[in-house]
Design a binder for this molecule. Structure first.
Ligand SMILES: [Zn+2]
Length: 415
């Protein structure tokens, strides 16, 4: 008798089970371990949403299984009754179980492990190791992030934040994201890129916290700057360096394409080919160019087409964000003078936009908003949301991003 109870407790411990009792262990026909469990008395008949104790309703669909972490090389499932209860507030629902989240087919420790792996390893590694599909990982991320968010105020004490929009499917579907410049953390993400979405975030902050905002950085977009200016009178709006540099890169690409088209039209195949291959050399930061790309750049310099002028304009603008505030303001002034009369239409246009928004461009410089930091978090968000391309819903992509960049990732179970 005594011996048996130790064995059962050892099973509970191996499975990381708390507040549950192991009733028995067996191997099923396919060689998987099936562990029969039941919630401890204090955990029985609780509503999964409010945790209140409720009167029983019926036995639901009978016995149910939850996939648990493998034990060594063996698949493992928990099996238990899944009765329904009637909650005063939430109606008839399947009673909560202490080992799994509501509506999940996996145990809590399985899901926490999957979430941790999603943040820390590759897509292939997690799908192989856990033997689940990438879409399933998306659903797991949603449940884990949802629970981690509960009882936490992610937007408390915000003073400096940045808005951005991120594509989550090729071509369409966007998220609006908000980053805390102090911590570099993602604090909010929501489908859509419009005024209503920004207002939703400001509603979440509430009037008091909107007043506390000192700085808001964003792209030059009225759907962000409009509501922010209206509702956060104390906040300096600055145009975020990342987007200014990106606008210059886009202008450069426009110039490159025009020269390339011209070369093709005039039958200069050799030049057209060279220019096509030069795209990355022109895009990348000079300090990260490979030797071949450096040669490409030197070639473009020698040709002395408008492309090289455009390249210098782009690089010069990027350098402004690396200089000290005082130098940066002077450099910006010089850059605008140069760009206005450079005879490259895309840059003349960009100079015009920057002049119109000059106060907000300068604010980023005087407020010391570092481009390196903004760019880093931008790159991270873009990489992570790209991983979520295979997910079924924007909510799953948001959950993945919040786990990875919002500090919501749970620790590995038992550590
Ligand atoms: Zn309830």
């Amino acid at each position: 008798m005594r011996k048996r109870s130790v064995g059962v407790r050892a099973w509970a411990r191996m499975l990381g089970l708390e507040k549950a009792v192991v009733e028995g262990v067996e191997l099923d026909d396919e060689g998987a371990l099936v562990v029969a469990v039941r919630p401890r008395f204090s955990q029985r008949d609780r509503c999964p949403h409010c945790r209140r104790r409720c009167p029983g309703y019926d036995l639901g669909d009978g016995r149910r299984r939850w996939r648990a972490l493998d034990l060594g090389t063996t698949l493992c499932f928990l099996e238990a009754d899944a009765p329904r209860v009637r909650c005063r507030q939430h109606g008839v629902v399947v009673a909560a179980v202490p080992w799994a989240r509501h509506d999940a087919g996996f145990t809590r420790s399985f899901e926490d492990t999957a979430a941790w792996l999603t943040v820390n390893t590759s897509k292939t590694a997690i799908c192989h190791l856990m033997q689940i599909a990438w879409r399933t990982v998306g659903r797991i991320c949603e449940r884990v992030a949802e629970e981690a968010k509960r009882g936490r105020d992610l937007v408390a004490g915000l003073e400096r934040l940045g808005f951005d929009e991120i594509a989550i499917r090729k071509g369409h579907r966007y998220l609006t994201v908000v980053v805390d410049h102090h911590t570099g953390r993602l604090v909010w993400a929501h489908p859509g890129r419009d005024r209503a979405t920004v207002e939703k975030f400001l509603d979440l902050l509430g009037p008091g916290r909107c007043q506390q905002l000192k700085l808001v950085s964003c792209d030059n977009a009225a759907w962000i700057t409009g509501p922010v200016a209206e509702r956060c009178p104390g906040a300096v709006i600055c145009l975020d360096p990342f987007h200014i540099v990106k606008a210059a890169t886009d202008a450069l690409d426009e110039v490159r394409r025009a020269v390339w088209n011209e070369a093709r039209r005039s039958g200069n195949k050799q030049l057209a080919k060279q220019l096509k291959g030069a795209r990355f050399a022109l895009w990348k930061k000079p300090e990260t160019l490979t030797e071949r790309q450096q040669q490409k750049l030197a070639f473009i310099q020698k040709l002395n087409t408008p492309i090289y002028r455009a390249y210098l304009l782009k690089e010069q603008l990027r350098q402004i964000y690396r200089a000290s505030t005082e130098d940066a303001l002077k450099l910006l002034d010089a850059w605008l003078k140069w760009a206005r009369r450079c005879r490259l239409e895309p840059f003349v246009k960009l100079a015009k936009t920057i002049t119109e928004q000059r106060q907000r461009v300068e604010a980023a410089l005087t407020e010391g908003l570092s481009n390196a930091r903004v760019e880093q978090i931008n790159t991270q968000i873009r990489l992570i949301t790209r991983r979520g391309f295979g997910y079924h819903s924007p909510q799953a992509v948001i959950a993945l991003a919040m786990l990875s960049l919002g500090g919501l990732c749970p620790p590995l179970p038992g550590r």
